[in-house]
Write a protein that binds this ligand. Structure first.
Ligand SMILES: Nc1ncnc2c1ncn2[C@@H]1O[C@H](COP(=O)(O)OP(=O)(O)OP(=O)(O)O)[C@@H](O)[C@H]1O
Ligand SMILES: [Zn+2]
Ligand SMILES: [Zn+2]
Length: 867
């Protein structure tokens, strides 16, 4: 394992840094992030005094006394004075620098930039970036530097016992203790117990380069070691028995390398037999690190495909990029964007660099990760929040090791500590799951990716069939800025450029093999009703579903909501059953015939049984409104008893691996139809899917949000794009009560560009993103009066700032669309401003200072979700 020069993780690499120079300024203090649960609960930085002989930079890893322990900590800020509220006599000293420059400067800059832009504390950003427990409860240890490794001032480097005359008695005592033990290695705490003045004495020894200090990684995160058996001879010696020969043969057939347990299992042998083989010099048994990467099935190898012309052109531009640039790969659904990513990554890996690929939700796209694994094998590493802490820790260590690799991950993987980054890719860049609403930092992975690419001086590739308006405008502006052309970039006539533009627009306007995009049929559900069809399935959709089995094809049915019905209401008095903790109606859940009938809150998860009669007037006539996945599933079972379907929503995919299992069953043809929500719109590439049905598009269209149209267009286009990706032509049926809606019309005609132009005009008129910027202050409290008062106070404070030409407009304060969620009352203040003039907001601590402890405040920068 080669160690990377920038990220130094103790335990795998040692840092012997000359940080003990004298003459550094007296009286400095350092604020540190201490990594342990107690400190974390306090949500604050701790201040320590810097002994004059220590030189510390932000980003260094230190060891500090904390309570009775000595813990790992990250230096955040150097200060010339201690905080006034602390008694400076009581401030403890930093013990030592354990690892200098743990964060390379560019990475440290990135974290600081995120903290600044998103009005949040650096400590919060570091928590998002670091896997939990990376430094937690690390133990500081001291070990002898062996004579041959010592580039010391001692004349004879081979001398086993250095001349101790110039050392203090305490230092000599410690040296003796270490030398008396074969490994020459003790915990610092142990030495402190044995020797008075151990602290100074160890520093003396460090200064003389006689010992080294390191942090032992936390126990729970320790790499898992396991015995591996490696074949080391080509020709088997004659003295091996028949049985031993069999074992060697197995090992050879399996590539000469197996875990011991595996080998024993396969051969049904005992470990003593394998030991004998080791004694005979045929194999070596070694402890090796076993990476706890999430278990994934073995995959057949996959070769690069021969590219279409469009793909080849796009790839050519991408591979010729050098340095920072932003590239939009705008390819219709099924146009082969993923193949372009794969072939863009290959040369990066060959040159010893790494690539980072961000995807919306990893569980939903096992197919995508499979394609990467099939192409790049064990160079692929998956990183997302659903991994266990141990898995995350291992993945981090693997990334730090610095070998060329591909990391595929969700939002937070943008902070993956990959050295030598050569390319960043965001697949489905328009997807809103790249944005974190809360907790802070409320970052958008695309924004952070832009900064990271800039800092690492590498290209950023954004891929989508339906690019976000932000990206569209951004690419367009960069393009025209550099090349001097106005308006929408035209990929058909690339403008010759003396200097390469910093943004590029690449288009894949056709599907692979010139397959047509599926025709989209819009069904007006009002006329269905007029003609006497009361079913939730139109006649077209019914016919389409009936044909599936006959033709041996598969379909996808998209429903906007999970559950059975969105709400339950009394026919006699109109009462609607609501959540006792939130201002929303409860959704009715009924999964199958014998299952309990439940009412569930989709905001706080409150559950109650379904009442037999109206809680208000006692009437037995309760009616269900709004169809969710369960209701549709029940109606399907009634109307099409032969049809085999799989329900795919967050209720059926709760368990680990459920996504993969259900999708694999579907791909294997165990069902005719996949019925589900939003989750199935992404990246599904199945040749046998010909029919896509949208049961009711209206739920998507009429949301109280300025982004509703953009989002509806993206979702419907993506879901429609699942049809007809193989040889059989596809067909899409969208049912709606508003067939004339511009979103429906744009989806029907596969018209991205004209849709987006209309949309952009509306945004510009209202000064909404991407033309204006927004910051949303979210306040919440269990006390309705207090949160309202605080919101008013904050708004008043911000208004004063406004008079000093703060450069923003204030909307609100106003109660959130749903005032109460999980017993917390929510208020909001919106700030609107021009994108090029940063507002002069009071900083976070100032605003936070105005909030009583019972009111929590989140600053959502560039919010996507305004609810
Ligand atoms: N050059 C090629 N020749 C043959 N098949 C290809 C080629 N490029 C891609 N494909 C295949 O075409 C299918 C669609 O490609 P892919 O899934 O990459 O499209 P996409 O643009 O990412 O789609 P979406 O955005 O809809 O998820 C895949 O099965 C892929 O293996
Ligand atoms: Zn009633
Ligand atoms: Zn609730």
């Amino acid at each position: 394992m080669s160690s990377n020069p920038n990220f130094v993780l103790q335990g795998s690499a040692l840092e012997s840094r000359a940080s003990y120079q004298s003459g550094s300024p007296e009286n400095q203090w350092v604020e540190v992030l201490v990594d342990c649960p107690e400190a974390e609960a306090q949500k604050k930085l701790y201040t320590y005094r810097l002994p004059s002989e220590l030189q510390v930079q932000p980003g260094d890893i230190l060891s500090v006394p904390f309570g009775a322990q000595v813990l790992g900590a990250i230096a955040i800020r150097i200060k010339d004075a201690p905080p006034p509220e602390l008694n400076s006599a009581k401030i403890k000293d930093v013990e030592d620098v354990v690892s200098a420059g743990f964060f390379p400067p560019s990475y440290w800059q990135l974290l600081n930039r995120v903290a600044e832009y998103y009005y949040t504390q650096l400590i919060q950003v570091i928590r998002v970036a670091l896997p939990p427990g990376l430094l937690g409860r690390s133990q500081r240890r001291i070990r002898l530097i062996k004579g041959d490794k010592r580039d010391s001032p001692i004349p004879n480097p081979q001398s086993p016992i250095p001349n101790p005359q110039y050392l203090s008695p305490a230092a000599r005592q410690i040296l003796e203790i270490l030398q008396a033990q074969s490994a020459g290695d003790y915990s610092f705490a142990y030495l402190q117990r044995q020797v008075r003045g151990a602290y100074r004495a160890v520093r003396e020894l460090l200064r003389n380069n006689l010992v080294e200090s390191y942090l032992e990684p936390p126990r729970k995160g320790r790499p898992k070691l396991q015995k591996a058996v490696t074949l080391v001879v080509d020709v088997f010696p004659i003295d091996v028995t028949q049985r031993q020969r069999e074992i060697l043969e197995v090992l050879r057939r399996r590539g000469g390398d197996l875990w011991l347990t595996e080998l024993l299992q396969i051969c049904n042998a005992s470990s003593s037999t394998v030991k004998t083989l080791e004694q005979k010099g045929c194999v070596v048994i070694q402890e090796r690190e076993m990476l706890r990467s999430a278990a994934e099935p073995a995959l057949a190898e996959d070769q690069p495909k021969e590219l279409t012309n469009d793909q080849a052109q796009a790839l050519e531009v991408i591979t010729n990029l050098s340095g920072f640039s932003e590239v939009l790969l705008h390819g219709v659904t099924g146009s082969g964007k993923t193949e372009v990513y794969l072939q863009a990554i290959a040369p990066i890996l060959e040159s010893g660099q790494s690539a980072l690929v961000l995807v919306p939700e990893i569980g939903l796209t096992p197919q995508l990760t499979d394609r990467f694994r099939a192409r790049f094998g064990n160079k692929v590493c998956v990183y997302h929040s659903a991994l266990s802490d141990g898995e995350r820790y291992d993945t981090w260590r693997q990334m730090l090791a610095g070998a060329a690799q591909v990391v595929i991950g969700t939002r937070s993987a943008i902070f993956a500590p990959l050295p030598r980054l050569g390319l960043i890719i965001l697949d489905e860049e328009h997807d809103s799951s790249f944005k974190q609403d809360q907790p802070a930092p409320t970052y958008h992975a695309r924004t952070v990716a832009t900064w990271r690419a800039e800092l690492e001086n590498c290209p950023l590739l954004l891929g989508s069939a339906t690019p976000s308006l932000e990206t569209w405008v951004n690419i367009n502006q960069g393009f025209s800025r550099e090349s001097g052309i106005e308006g929408i970039p035209n990929p058909q006539s690339p403008i010759p450029n003396p200097q390469p533009p910093i943004t590029h627009y690449l288009s894949l306007p056709e599907r692979i093999q010139s397959r047509p995009l599926p025709p989209v049929e819009v069904v007006d559900m009002r006329s269905e009703l007029q003609q006497g069809n009361r079913s939730i399935f139109s006649r077209s959709l019914t016919e389409g579903l009936q044909q599936l089995q006959e033709r041996g094809q598969q379909g996808i049915l998209f429903i906007h909501r999970r559950g059975h019905s969105t709400f339950v209401s009394c026919r006699s008095c109109g009462y609607v059953v609501e959540c006792p903790h939130c201002d929303v109606s409860l959704a009715y859940h009924h999964t199958h015939e014998d299952a309990a009938q439940l009412l569930r809150c989709h905001y706080c998860n409150f559950v109650r049984s379904h009442p037999q009669s109206c809680p208000e007037c006692g009437s037995p006539y309760l009616k269900f409104f709004g169809s969710g996945t369960q209701r549709v599933a029940q109606e399907l079972a009634q109307a099409f008893p032969q049809l085999r379907f799989i329900r795919f929503d967050s209720d059926t995919t709760r368990t680990k691996g459920a996504h993969r299992t259900l999708l694999t069953r579907f791909a294997n043809g165990e069902a005719d139809l996949l019925v589900g929500t939003q989750m199935l719109t992404k990246g599904l590439d199945l040749a046998q899917v010909t029919l896509v049905g949208v049961v009711a598009a209206d739920g998507l269209l009429n949301l109280p949000d300025y982004r509703a149209s953009e989002r509806a267009f993206q979702t419907l286009t993506q879901v429609a794009g699942r049809a007809g990706r193989g040889n059989d032509p596809g067909r899409v049926i969208i049912q709606t009560y508003t067939p004339e809606h511009q979103v429906i019309q744009a989806v029907r005609r596969h018209e991205y560009q004209s849709f987006i132009e209309t949309e952009l005009q509306q945004r510009e008129a209202l000064n909404y993103p991407p033309y204006g910027r927004l910051i949303l202050l979210r306040l919440s409290s269990t006390d309705p009066a207090q949160v309202q008062e605080t919101a008013e106070l904050l708004a008043a404070t911000l208004t004063q700032k406004d008079e000093d030409s703060a450069g923003y407009e204030i909307l609100g304060p106003a109660p959130a669309t749903i005032l109460r969620v999980a017993n917390r009352y929510r208020w909001q203040i919106m700030l609107k401003f021009a994108p090029d003039s940063l507002p002069h907001l009071p900083d976070f601590t100032e605003l936070r200072f105005l909030c009583p402890s019972s009111v929590s405040l989140t600053i959502d920068v560039d919010p996507l979700n305004l609810m």
